[in-house]
Design a protein around this ligand. Sequence first.
Ligand code: NCD
Length: 309
Amino acid sequence: MSLKGRDIVAINDLQLDEIEKIMDVAREMVPIAKGEKRSNLLEGKILGSLFLEPSTRTRLSFESAMHRLGGDVITIAGQEGTSLMKGETLADTVRMAEAYSDVIALRHPKEGAARLSSTFVDIPVINSGDGAGQHPTQTLLDLFTIREERGDIGNLSVTLVGDLRYGRTAHSLSLALARFGAEMTFVAPKSIQMPDHIIEDLKEIGATVTLSEDLKDSICSADVTYVTRIQKERFATEEEYYEVAGAYKIDMEILECAQSDMIIMHPLPRVDEIHYEVDTTPHAKYFVQAFNGVPTRMALLYLVLEGCQ
Ligand code: NCD
């Protein structure tokens, strides 16, 4: 098994033992990610960080990961200022990134852009979010967070709530959780429930999935509550967005029946779906989850660039 040279476009591109391996390496990376230990594991390597859609955590944690391992980064943050504005194709843009770097982290507003890009270049392409498609590296850090906080991933009851239709983090995570054997409840207004094609894939894996609109009921029995932002920018019309905006909110009242060790996660950014008073409760794990992006991406960059026996 080697991840060297591999594209990571969808979470199912990785076998379960490969995901476990990434999480094991990520754990070893934590002191380096915190700046407590120095490393030059990726000295001489360059990450091409191509973020053609807004990003805070994913881009910064990829770049921090590369720097922490002694590597270098070249970056595009937003299409403004690039030749895409002059009509250059995505194919030519990623070919240029290949000429100047050793691995590409690509975020793009269109679903399928990462898979397509990977056909134009020989260096690894890591999908860092493709429209309403997938976000496999977010899933790796989500799984790592669940494992670190709960000690296990299977045998858990996970509630995913919010924009499950357009939420690429929820798409990738649910596919992985199903393979680990977790039980899932999807809480969303009908118009933004999990897409049928994902539900079908989950059924094929043999997952136990419940669809619900009742957040309170699901929170009471959840081990993990994974909250997502309703993604205004992905709706066809503002009207459709405002029909579901603010549909679910996590506050102290709704948490009354939660198990004491239930953890709340969120890929962030949050808008209004988790009240700030929740931040100081022991349930809140979304900031440690965001930090976990660094060691997880360090592990992935190391394994796709250097491989490991
Ligand atoms: C998410 C994304 O970009 O898909 N954030 C992230 O990468 N951590 C979620 C979102 O934008 O709501």
